[in-house]
Design a protein around this ligand. Structure first.
Ligand code: MTE
Ligand code: MO
Length: 314
């Protein structure tokens, strides 16, 4: 495998792997097969193999509820579901196995590096990020695979972290780099994907108040499988934009490349705003399945955050 995120991916291997695993998942959801189990029972069957009791305890994390995002207009997902149903390919391509493979994952000592077009490049520790002031915000979260969850994240706007490093007025994009440690991550010991995972936003998207760096959920520190110690959350974009276990953020003049757009440009756009009217080439995006109760609901433009973000794309 390559450890250089700027190297081109190995297309044939990757295409095949991506095709097979996403297909298997959609079949399990009940899409594309008339005789399939209902979406609800399929999702439940998938997640109920987990055993939350085996996970390591997580420290409590206090945060004041942000009044604008105290609820998200649909039921919160059960914590046990969010802990046992994950996309984190560094650990496993199987959603019900990620938590097992990541049980003892830790980045210790941990710092987040911030560099590129900033006046004061440097690093910041987890507690220093949290001391900037944590908020709890309940956001809807929409995976490109047409399932959705609703999670009380604990974090703060990315803008408040970046301002400490004094972004240059020349910065137009921001890239996000996940950890690289093959000794802890089985998926990084294989050549299938070009890890470390890398994502990016325009600077106005990155500095938008909705865009969070998150170190907790459900009143506790993040579980490894959800992207500990620190992840990104961009609630109006498909889930893969919300990179996990970040170690570095870089500000750029030119548009950086992104992991899924490099792998499958026809399937995963660089921008990736949630849009019910633009189908994935292999499935519709018009509806989504709620993770916790299996209900199918219409997908909303910008995942329901149009009032906040539509002006960015005018
Ligand atoms: N580093 C990294 N970040 C990632 C991913 C990944 O595989 N690796 N998967 C993405 C996808 S496709 C989704 S849907 C969400 C899933 O987050 P969750 O498992 O906490 O629900 O993480 C995103 N961030
Ligand atoms: Mo996703």
């Amino acid at each position: 495998m390559t450890s250089d995120s700027s190297a081109p991916p190995e297309r044939s291997v990757t295409d095949e792997a991506v095709f097979h695993h996403r297909r298997r998942f959609l079949a399990a959801l009940g899409f594309g097969s008339a005789a399939a189990l209902g979406a609800r029972s399929a999702v439940r069957a998938w997640i109920e193999r987990g055993e939350v009791a085996r996970m390591r305890p997580r420290a409590p994390l206090a945060a004041s509820a942000h009044p604008g995002y105290a609820e998200a207009g649909r039921p919160r997902s059960a914590e046990s579901d969010v802990l046992r149903y994950n996309n984190f390919y560094e650990f496993s391509l199987r959603k019900d196995r990620v938590w097992r493979e990541a049980l003892d994952f830790a980045l210790d000592p941990y710092t987040l590096r911030v560099d590129g077009l900033v006046a004061k490049p440097g690093a910041i520790g987890l507690e220093d990020v949290e001391r900037l002031g944590l908020e709890e915000r309940v956001y809807r979260f929409r995976c490109v695979e047409a399932w959705a969850m609703t999670v009380p994240w604990i974090g703060l706007p990315l803008a408040r972290v970046l301002e400490r490093f004094e972004p240059s007025s020349e910065a137009r994009f921001v890239s996000f780099h996940s950890f690289h440690d093959p000794s802890q991550a089985p998926g990084q010991r294989e050549a299938t994907y070009p890890f470390p995972y890398y994502e990016a936003l325009r600077i106005d998207e990155a500095l938008h108040d909705l865009t969070l760096v998150v170190s907790g959920a459900y009143g506790k520190r993040l579980a490894p499988q959800n992207g500990a110690p620190l992840r990104l959350i961009v609630p109006w974009k498909y889930g893969y934009k919300s990179a996990k276990s970040l170690v570095r953020i870089t500000l750029h003049r030119e548009r950086p490349r992104t992991f899924w757009n490099d792998l499958e440009p026809d399937e995963y756009s660089w921008e990736s705003n949630v849009n019910p009217l633009v189908p994935h080439p292999r499935w519709s995006q018009a509806r989504e399945v709620l993770l916790s109760n299996g209900e199918q609901v219409p997908t909303r433009e910008f995942n329901g955050y149009a009032a906040e973000v539509a002006s960015l794309y005018a």
